[in-house]
Design a protein around this ligand. Structure first.
Ligand SMILES: Cc1cc2nc3c(=O)[nH]c(=O)nc-3n(C[C@H](O)[C@H](O)[C@H](O)COP(=O)(O)OP(=O)(O)OC[C@H]3O[C@@H](n4cnc5c(N)ncnc54)[C@H](O)[C@@H]3O)c2cc1C
Length: 487
């Protein structure tokens, strides 16, 4: 029996891999495409996502400060423009003319006093970006937000509505992509890839968990938070390792009305994507999402963060959520590169493209990423030109100095403590906590030979997960050796 082969094998059946396979098969009908990934998608980010289609809603005070941050913002902005056509095309290709029909349009971002000054700064950055880029937006009276009834102490001070930024049902999109791929005769393999096969510096295929080798000319590695071990084919230290941003969300069914009409959310906060609620039609509401970063993927929700999520949603959004039925819990692992930026591009192994590390807005960015990757695969504009910052083989991107990272870690720690209900004796203030967090972060950095400014959630991961600490520490040494050379 001859070995199975394809022109291109896409590894990973989340929204990124499926969107790329769909775009490639659609634009190059003569190209044979296989997509490999377990049908159940346990722990996949795409299945758990609230799939907010937010660009400006995601802006933080850091977004536009660095060239890499600006490039990421541009990707998100292009994706915002791309979604209407992408959705229409996918509706047609999948035969689901109703795709996205029940999805909410518009996102209202709330500024409340439950997370310290971090929210103020991120809210101001959002308004400033919306004004700078002429994005339609309107400051509204929080009293006018239908469905909002927080505790008095958590009521919003300000609110801004972004009419172009909504959400889509992630599970519906994945089902539509599956149907579209079947229509385009893209083969699917319900299995895991154990490794990328190479010969003479170029890709020759992939090895499945059971040992079978599938032959191909090119591989697109898009296995989300599960990508790390598959990147072993590249030199040690050459690629920022991918960690797992464990996210918990819950779908509820409204019993006490009216419920929300638009996506409502806070700014990004405390190393996370902010509290959000996505109305999905027929009283179903998606409430998300927690984010704690670990070295290994998680598959079940934990009591602590589940309790926290429900509590903050009830207190900050609508106390009547108390009466909602729980439909199901969702758990997924956001793919987060150690430096926080996407890994998108060709590699030093000819024929191997990596697309991972999309972190908290990969669903939103998926149409634009698919377009850019397929442009590159078909010999059009190269990824190296389109997204030079995100080339997978790179030094870690540093958008913070080490000192800024230490301070930001403390700032986020205090914000998280305030959101969790911190009350202090009146003779002290939060500077006590800031000092504690700063000392902890400095302790980590003092042990490093080649320190790099890292995001707060990565520093927290290092402090709470010994495997994450080893992984990041080893990587920074290997990266320095690979790019800088040890003195
Ligand atoms: C709770 C939560 C909420 C989120 N909310 C939003 C949001 O509102 N908006 C937004 O834009 N983004 C959001 N995100 C982020 C978004 O979901 C991710 O950025 C995006 O889904 C990543 O897609 P992916 O295909 O790279 O990874 P995944 O969806 O994780 O897919 C990877 C796939 O690879 C498969 N796989 C694993 N190992 C192998 C292997 N060895 N071989 C082959 N296949 C393998 C897995 O089964 C999985 O199906 C959220 C994420 C979470 C967890």
């Amino acid at each position: 029996m001859s070995a199975r082969r394809a022109d291109c094998i896409v590894v990973g059946n989340g929204v990124i891999g499926m969107s790329i396979a769909y775009e490639l098969a659609r634009r190059a009908p003569g190209t044979s495409v296989l997509i490999v990934g377990p049908a159940q998608r346990a722990g996949a980010a795409s299945v758990a996502a609230g799939a907010m289609l937010n660009c400006f809603g995601e802006v933080t005070k850091y977004t536009l400060l660095s060239p890499a941050g600006q490039a990421k913002f541009q990707l998100c902005k292009d994706a915002l423009d791309a979604w209407p056509d992408w959705r229409a095309g996918l509706a047609e290709a999948s035969g689901n003319g109703e795709l996205g029909a029940g999805a909410p349009t518009g996102t209202t971002v709330l500024l409340n006093a439950k997370s310290g000054h971090l929210d103020d700064e991120n809210f101001a950055a959002l308004l400033s970006a919306a004004a700078k880029f002429d994005e339609p937006h309107e400051e509204i009276d929080p009293e006018d937000v239908v469905g909002l009834r927080p505790l008095a102490e958590a009521r919003p001070l300000r609110a801004v509505h972004l009419p172009r930024e909504g959400a889509i049902d992630a599970r519906e999109v994945l089902a539509a992509l599956e149907r579209a791929l079947a229509e385009l005769t893209v083969g699917t393999v319900d299995d895991q890839v154990a490794g990328v096969e190479t010969s003479g510096g170029r890709v020759t295929g992939v090895r499945l968990a059971g040992g079978e080798v599938l032959a191909c000319d090119s591989v697109v590695l898009a296995a989300g938070a599960f990508s790390r071990s598959l990147l072993d084919v590249l030199p040690p230290g050459s690629v920022p390792p991918v960690l797992c941003g464990k996210g918990i969300a819950v779908e509820t069914v409204r019993q006490a009305h009216p419920g929300f009409q638009h996506v409502v959310r806070t700014p990004n906060r405390s190393g996370s994507c902010g509290l959000h609620l996505v109305p999905q039609g027929d009283g179903v509401e998606y409430i998300g999402a927690t984010n704690l970063v670990y070295s290994a993927p998680a598959y079940v929700q934990d009591v602590g963060m589940s309790e926290f999520l429900v509590q903050v949603a009830r207190e900050q959004l609508d106390q009547r959520l108390f009466f909602s039925d729980v439909r199901r819990w969702l758990v997924g692992n956001r793919p987060v590169a150690v430096d926080g930026y996407p890994l998108i591009g060709r590699t030093s192994v000819a024929g191997l493209t990596v697309v991972a590390g999309t972190y908290r807005d990969g669903f939103h960015c998926s149409p634009e990423i698919a377009r850019l990757v397929v442009d590159d695969l078909l010999g059009g504009a190269s990824l190296a030109e389109a997204l030079p910052h995100f080339t997978p083989e790179r030094r870690p991107i540093e958008s913070l100095t080490v000192e800024e990272a230490v301070k930001e870690f403390a700032f986020h720690g205090v914000s998280a403590a305030i959101e969790a209900g911190l009350r202090l004796p009146s003779h002290t203030d939060t500077s006590l906590f800031e000092g504690h967090y700063q000392a902890a972060a400095r302790g980590f950095y003092d042990g490093l030979e080649h320190p790099v400014g890292l995001a707060p959630e990565i520093i927290l991961a290092i402090m709470s997960d010994p495997d994450a600490k080893t992984l990041v520490t080893d990587y920074l040494v290997a990266s320095h050796r690979h790019y800088g050379g040890l003195s």
